[in-house]
Design a protein around this ligand. Sequence first.
Ligand code: DER
Length: 225
Amino acid sequence: NDNQNLEKLAVAKAAIKFVKNNDVVGLGTGSTATIAIKELAKLMVNGLKIIGVPSSEATKELAASLGIPLLELGKVNSIDISIDGADEFTENFELIKGGGGALFREKIVASLSKNRIIITDSSKKVNNLGAFKVPIEVLPTAYQYVVDQLEKLEGSVTLRYKDDKIFITDNLNYIVDVDFGLIDYPEKLGVALNQIDGILAHGIFIKLTTTILMAKDGNVITYSK
Ligand code: DER
């Protein structure tokens, strides 16, 4: 609704203030990141020079349509600043991402970035991760094995569908959304998930955020490390 869009615009405008001329900018995915990308394009009209690195095909198309010069993620070894959304976050800079299904490339973009800005709102702030199911990208050929391993970790696994068809990611994989209940030790769970062959990436982002900008009652609250 209008208020939500105003909140997204407020954090998007705050985030792009961190972007310097000639920065290589990691471009996030989702509705909030989309607004930030559009704001970046406006700054370019006023002379800001940036090169974008998209975190999804959707973001690549959006950025290209706005005339933002792009570099392919696979050809980049360093990003100055990335701006992206989140589905849940804690004050310890622990995130759940992947609501939009782009978590693998988003994680690579974040990992390559010196500065990582998360733009979000107070509805996503939690004390413990886990109310939002953890999105996990799974190679289809390992699907049943991965489901079994996730259930051994007490996860309740749902294969993600979109318009009555199995959702397929930009990397041609499945997404499962896994309910682990409230996650007391997200880093530990993340490590356990990384041990499961067939998982390409999971949506628990730890130590991948330097600044969180949260819209709340018309203000922007900044959490930074
Ligand atoms: O899928 C993602 O990781 C997105 O960044 C998501 O976490 C936030 O999307 P939103 O800005 O549309 O809420």
